[in-house]
Design a binder for this molecule. Structure first.
Ligand code: HEM
Length: 139
């Protein structure tokens, strides 16, 4: 696990210029100085939030997974108390959800089996009865 530097919000607040632009998203600290010109939403919004916690603004826009992964490139540290490994956002489901799905599939297949038995048993009884009637009454 890669460990990062810890910055307080007041340390981040010192980087509030176009030529030295940091911001905080979800407790993580980003130096976006080199990203300003590339930002599809324009550099002004980033400068506006420079040196501050931009979590709400970032989330409110509904940034894509691509944007969230892009963040990795500019991460320089995190706030105290936010100690997470550097990971990528992926489409992988958390293991808990996988377990839940497996459970549901098992339950589903059980139900299908039961439904089949419930359909075929009465059908078999009817077929036996009709064959019995056909053979014994025909004699
Ligand atoms: C380092 C942080 C940020 C990164 C890496 C980033 C990245 C991106 C990317 C890749 C897009 C294109 C759309 C998408 O893929 O979601 C985008 C759009 C945008 N971003 Fe950011 N963004 C950051 C921070 C912010 C912040 C703090 C604001 C503040 C409000 C903001 C406002 C916008 C706006 C207004 C758009 C345009 C949305 C649109 O045209 O629909 N972004 N950003």
């Amino acid at each position: 696990m890669k460990m990062e530097e810890v910055f307080t919000l007041s340390q981040v607040a010192r980087h509030n210029l176009k030529q030295d632009c940091w911001l905080v998203i979800d407790g993580k600290v980003f130096d976006v100085t080199k990203f300003l010109e590339e930002h599809p939403g324009g550099e002004d919004v980033l400068i506006e939030y420079s040196g501050t916690d931009a979590t709400k603004a970032f989330e409110d826009i509904g940034h894509s997974k691509k944007a969230k992964n892009l963040l990795l490139k500019y991460r320089v540290g995190h706030l105290p108390g936010f100690d997470f490994p550097v990971t990528k956002f992926t489409n992988d489901e958390p293991p808990f959800q996988k377990e839940m799905k497996a459970f549901v599939i098992k339950e589903d297949s059980k139900t299908k089996k039961t439904a089949l038995v419930e359909l075929f048993v009465p059908l078999l009884v009817v077929v036996f009865y009709l064959s019995y009637r056909y053979f014994f009454w025909a004699i």
